[in-house]
Design a protein around this ligand. Sequence first.
Ligand SMILES: NC(=O)c1ccc[n+]([C@@H]2O[C@H](COP(=O)([O-])OP(=O)(O)OC[C@H]3O[C@@H](n4cnc5c(N)ncnc54)[C@H](O)[C@@H]3O)[C@@H](O)[C@H]2O)c1
Length: 417
Amino acid sequence: MVKKQNGVVGVEVKAKEVHHMGILGAGTMGGGIAYVAADKGIEVRMKDVNYDAIGKGLKHARDLWFKEMKRKRINKYELQQKMDRVTGTIDYSGFQTLDVVVEAIVEDMEIKKKVIAETAKNMRPDAIIATNTSSLSVTEMAQGHPRPEYFAGMHFFNPVHKMPLVEVIRGEKTNDETIATIFELSKRIGKMPVVVRDGPGFLVNRLLLPYMGEAAFLLQEGMEIAKVDRAFVKTFGMPMGPFALMDEVGLDVCVKVLKIFKKSFGARIEMASCMDKLEKSGRLGKKNGKGFYHYDATGKRLDVDTSVYADLGLSSPTSPLTDKECLERGVFAMVNECALALVEDRIVETPHEVDLAMIMGTGFPPFRGGLLKYADSIGTQYIVDQLEVYAAKSAARLKPSTPLRNMAKTQRKFYAN
Ligand SMILES: NC(=O)c1ccc[n+]([C@@H]2O[C@H](COP(=O)([O-])OP(=O)(O)OC[C@H]3O[C@@H](n4cnc5c(N)ncnc54)[C@H](O)[C@@H]3O)[C@@H](O)[C@H]2O)c1
């Protein structure tokens, strides 16, 4: 259920119609976005720096439709029709007709700002540009746009064709019509939009980072990778454990984003020192077939690559902690961060949006109702008490946050606020 029909509270605002969409960057995300948009009837113009890159983006979309055809979900004619909706370019030809452009180029603020300025010059003044950045400030990036009210974030998750969530990010100057348009567009291409305020990691990545970061501490404390992942999957119900997730995201990306978070949030974000050795060990995760796990040539995850312990300077794991402690430290780290994101920073407005985003964006076990329904079911007092125990034993990062402590003191639940 999407609470607000257009993503904007309290004002009547109409979304603009989107018939033609542009995509900057035909990489992993750009190719996926082209697929979901053209699949739902939108004309897509994909721009990259050379035709090789365009070819890869087109192939990505074509391969997905080809699979659909093999499964007899679409026929040959429909496949061709869908493919015909995607065109490629290495200049701005055709950009005057575009209603919305989604930027999915390299994750670099200065390059993005420059490309956004250039793109805006080649589009109609009322056209919208939305960035798919996963870690940069939308408000700062909007400085590249001559009309920042027409600029927002449209954060897809990887793989785009499978992950239903889109975070619609409101920068400081984004206007209501832009939010309503990106919100509607997300729904039209089959996604579940959640409007979030700008801030490091927006909502989902902000909550996932402490979870993955905590797993690295468990590893450093002697836990076995397979045992931890198994507990999160088999006992808690996550679609994959934190180590498999880090491999999916990319280990270089995890380390980079943890460092960005540390800069923004200070002491409560800590990185286990063993993570520093990941880079040297040449492990990037699934994308180079070398991570916490082994992968076959098709990218299928195999067993744990046990040489990782020595590579990270760790002795053979003895698994000294209980599954209960591992699960609580991982999940409560998310709840703790969420109290700050929701109550202090108002990244989203309601606990319902948090739960929706966590289920749709991370596969948080739906039978638990979402992160905050789960937190309410076990009680904030219990979570605060356990975090105190773990903080005393481990480190300051697990200290219960002020809003969580206040909720426990006054016996409030997330859903009662
Ligand atoms: N990969 C993910 O899991 C993921 C998830 C969510 C968001 N994102 C974000 O999406 C964006 C793209 O990520 P990706 O993984 O698809 O990267 P990628 O490296 O697969 O693709 C980037 C593409 O952009 C092209 N490019 C670079 N400069 C360009 C320019 N000036 N004009 C046009 N094209 C240009 C490159 O040639 C490349 O084809 C980044 O901002 C990233 O943070 C990535």
